[in-house]
Design a protein. Structure first.
Lengths: 337, 136
């Protein structure tokens, strides 16, 4: 019996590291090419659109890829809709009837805009992905939960704020987040910028969990090892670009650290294949100014990157990690004497 | 007139056979599938009911389908037979399956709003900044 458990554990640990690599032998270039060629002005005929995207692709994973790629490169995030919904949801947070009515009214508005103008917010992306997968005969579900970004404050966030998907391929569930794969929002000027991020497509569940906490725990795809919500909110903050470079980040496991001066801090990352950063730096902010710092040591063994940093002064610091001038992660260090 | 001369007796026979074949084929189709399905698709939410523009209507298990117009109206592009199942979908509403019978020439379909909440977290690469207490 114990032996069987061991085998099962081993099996799961192997599966855990697979994900997009499960489909290594499949070349997505045909799916991506089709996604680029298919253009529609409005989305009134979703089944036809799905058919055009998937009919010439032999495998389910390629069909999913074409649908995903098409959505991520054609559907814009609507900042005004987001702001409107955010405002109303906060306003009605204590009044469940008003909240339900608002949601119903907003939903209608949202989908009309999506079909007519190809603009939406998270749940719209997730709905569209699920629906198009279903048209292609592939099982997919929407997952509601907590998405974590630098702009999310968990001390104020009481309700779920994000929606993403799981999709079933070769009898196994996989994770993806079409909203965050599509691009970046610039709240300062209310604009959205398309910029495809492949890091959120069939992501390794452990990494995906760093900024996605599902309301239904089983959708984390981590089985019995799913950490609690509290643990989730205490994880280091990872940014979108991290998902392009990193497979997992074994440590530090927390964002906030209280340490003594002159302690050496180590950081470890397992990198994806062919994604070794050329330039690595820290930016340390003490509340007033940013100071650029090279890691005290950098070591790369196969795909295992280890960095070290030394705080010589006391203070309260935000430490940001950059790969190739792109922000990857943030940690907080409260350095005592 | 050159082209006319070229049509040989053999080709004429071929053509006649083909036409005959087509007639047979269509008469066959007609006996099986003869119901022209039309209808209107509406959506019902907690507060109101209104017509749906762009609802998808397709024959279950196939890519044969159409979508509703501004008035919610549709005409299914292919004649159907009794027992065929049409699927009605619109984002944000529960899917509906409708089995075709003789009365299906004028369908009134109402989709019900599903229970999902509309959420959205913005994706951002803005640098995080700690909130510091005074004196920190």
């Amino acid at each position: 019996m114990q032996k069987r458990h061991l085998i099962l554990c081993l099996l799961f640990s192997v599966i855990g590291f697979a994900q997009q690599a499960d489909f290594k032998e499949i070349d997505f270039s045909k799916a991506d090419y089709i996604a680029e060629k298919v253009k529609v002005k409005r989305l009134y005929n979703l089944n036809k659109l799905t058919f055009n995207l998937t009919q010439n692709l032999p495998t389910d994973v390629e069909k999913v890829r074409a649908i995903y790629m098409w959505i991520c490169t054609n559907i814009a995030n609507d900042f005004h809709l987001f702001a409107l919904n955010d405002r109303k949801r906060n306003k009605y947070a204590q009044d469940s009837i008003k909240l339900v009515n608002w949601n119903s009214k907003f939903k209608k508005k949202l989908f009309k805009k999506l079909l007519k103008r190809k603009k939406t917010i998270c749940t719209g992306y997730a709905y569209l992905f699920k629906e198009m997968c279903n048209f292609a005969g592939i099982e997919s579900k929407m997952v509601n939960g907590f998405g974590r970004t630098s702009a999310v404050d968990f001390s104020k966030l009481t309700m779920p704020n994000h929606t993403w998907n799981i999709v079933k391929l070769r009898n196994k569930w996989y994770l993806c987040d079409p909203t965050w794969s599509a691009g970046i929002s610039l709240p300062q000027n209310g604009k959205f910028q398309f910029s495809y991020n492949n890091g959120y497509f069939l992501t390794e569940p452990k990494l995906f969990f760093q900024n996605h906490f599902p309301l239904k725990k089983e959708y984390a795809l981590l089985g019995s090892k799913t950490p609690s919500f509290k643990t989730f909110t205490e994880l280091p903050l990872l940014y979108g670009d991290a998902f392009k470079y990193i497979k997992t980040s074994p440590f530090p496991l927390k964002m906030y650290h209280q340490i003594k001066r002159d302690t050496i801090i180590s950081f470890k990352y397992l990198l994806k294949e062919n994604s070794t950063p050329k330039k690595i730096k820290f930016i340390v902010n003490n509340g007033n100014s940013n100071i650029e710092a090279k890691p005290a040591t950098i070591s790369l063994k196969k795909n295992e990157l280890t960095l070290q940093h030394l705080f010589t002064k006391k203070g309260y610091f935000d430490l940001h990690l950059f790969f190739d001038d792109k922000i990857i992660a943030t940690y907080i260090f409260d350095v005592k004497k | 007139m050159k082209t006319l001369k070229k049509v040989s007796a053999k080709q004429t026979t071929k053509l006649v056979t083909f036409v005959l074949f087509l007639t047979l084929l269509f008469s066959g189709v007609q006996t099986n599938a003869q119901i022209l399905v039309k209808g209107v698709v509406k959506g019902k939410t907690a507060t109101e009911t209104e017509v749906l523009n762009g609802a998808n209507i397709y024959l279950k298990g196939t890519a044969i389908g159409t979508s509703s117009n501004k008035k919610g109206e549709f005409t299914f592009p292919r004649k159907l037979k009794i027992g065929d199942v049409l699927v009605f979908t619109y984002l944000g509403y529960e899917k509906k399956f409708v089995k075709i019978n003789n009365d299906a020439t004028n369908l009134a379909i109402t989709l019900l709003e599903d229970a999902n909440e509309m959420l959205g977290a913005l994706n951002t690469n803005k640098r995080f900044k700690s909130k510091r207490k005074q004196g920190n």
